[in-house]
Write a protein that binds this ligand. Sequence first.
Ligand SMILES: *[C@@H]1O[C@H](CO)[C@@H](O)[C@H](O)[C@H]1NC(C)=O
Ligand SMILES: *[C@@H]1O[C@H](CO)[C@@H](O)[C@H](O)[C@H]1NC(C)=O
Length: 579
Amino acid sequence: MDDEKTLQEELCLPILLADRVLKSAHEAESSKLECADLAHQVDRLSQMLRSAVRIAAASPSLYERPVRRIAADVAKNLDRALTLVRKCKHSGVLRQVFSITTAADFRKVSSLLESSIGDMKWLLSVFESDGANLSLPPIASNDPILSWVWSYIATIQMGQLRDRVEAASSLVSLARDNDRNKKIIVDEGGVTPLLKLLKEGSSAEAQIAAANALFHIATDQERVRTVIELNGIPMIVSVLGDSPMRVQAAVVRLVAEMAELDPIAQVDFARENVTRPLVSLLAMDTVLDEPKPQPGKPSIHSLVINKELVGKGANSSTRLGSFSSNHYHSDGSSRGGHYRKDREREVESPEVKLNLKVGCAEALWKLCRACLLNSRKVTETKGLICLAKIVHKEVGELQLNCLMTVMEIAAVAESNPELRRSAFKPNSPAAKAVVDQLMRVIQEEGNPDLQIPAIKAIGSLARTFAARETRIVGPLVARLGNVNVDVATEAAIALGKFVCLENFNRVEHSKTIIEFNGVPSLMRLLKATDRTNELAHLHCLELLCYLALHVGNSKALEQAQVLSTLEGELVLLWHKIQI
Ligand SMILES: *[C@@H]1O[C@H](CO)[C@@H](O)[C@H](O)[C@H]1NC(C)=O
Ligand SMILES: *[C@@H]1O[C@H](CO)[C@@H](O)[C@H](O)[C@H]1NC(C)=O
């Protein structure tokens, strides 16, 4: 309701009330002295209200929240003053009765008006000093946070650049304290001026401060929605496309967070093609020519890492920068920032670059999770080959985030035949490069944090592999015997997807599993998970059932007494149900 009135209207009501109080005070027959004192206060208020009207008319970007709140409060207090002063028109006998109660009333109203004067004084000083006043207005005496939030937001909206940066950082500190502060910042209209600060690009520091503040505010779905409703996503994507790397690094963190918290953000980012700048930043030092398939050999080479070039002079890295830009923006996604970006690339430190790439990979991971639109867009650009190359060459968080992205895309492809066919055709070089890397991780990396997503991804792609694909099934079978039960269980789950009823090649895959001696490992895993890990145990049982179903007459199953084990499990289950 409040928002429908203009600011002028909001301020006119108390001015009108003040005029009436002054008139009635003038006409008072009793308590003349008290009325005169009140009139004095009201006159002061009235002048301040008129100053506020002038300021509001002169500044189109005025921060309105506190004006509206304070104007409404001033109007309420003036209304009480009016009621009181009007009673003083009475004279004679009534006057005697009346005066007994009035002394206290006058004191009360006078103190309310004094508060209003304090609020107006604060308001005018905030506007005159472009926001910077951290003293408490009386209206916020019960909630100092509110007045801080007001003055920070006023500064971000109306202040000088340096103060705006500082105010945005102050909002970060407030937001970090607790969720209530975050909510106040959003309720008091903080998101819009922050987005504006981010978009204007007045300075890298300002943009970073704005992106950080938004990152610390948009930490739940509701607040992410607010950013979306205020048209934040196109602004964020456009800043990401063309800014210095330090700014981009702050922005990708925000993208990742919003995508993680809200499926609508995922879709809206997809509509803005956010995956395009993300993939191209991730690939900035990587040569993405698709490798020529070399039968029988792992097919990934020719990755150029800028690390190797640092220190070899600006020339080579400039060339590289221009190369990848041209290479990458030939689809018309550039906005004329190449020259600037290439020059900045020369001076950006390897840490800044690495940090940016880690952030891009995380954003892609969160964007692709359970989201067909983004997964498809990543596979349609050269995203898959880029991810494969980084999984190959890099280590640490960057490698892990890329692997997680591959895992999420594979998971989407598992339930979407069209994506499976388009992105993971067995003869596509990109798909082959990804699978090669997944298998390399499964076989060569000792770290379960890497092995598990790789195994999950291969499981998701189970239906893309040909019958007798021993290169894939063999190493998975070997992982059934892994010392780490979680890795072994993931292998069982993945193999289950090779032999389940939906898999056309289930019988052939079952035979391969048995040939690679999977049954004894599986029986051991079944025992190891008995009672300790019910879900893992069930996955093992499931795999065992499929093997028995598809190749029931196998010697390996017979030797391992699989059927009697299954029978025993069944008895246990019945027993459990009856309890
Ligand atoms: C801040 O506002 C108070 C009134 O609330 C005023 O007395 C003080 O002078 C102001 N400070 C600045 C720096 O403008
Ligand atoms: C996103 O990309 C598609 C296809 O390349 C294009 O048609 C569309 O206009 C782009 N959307 C935006 C918002 O740039």
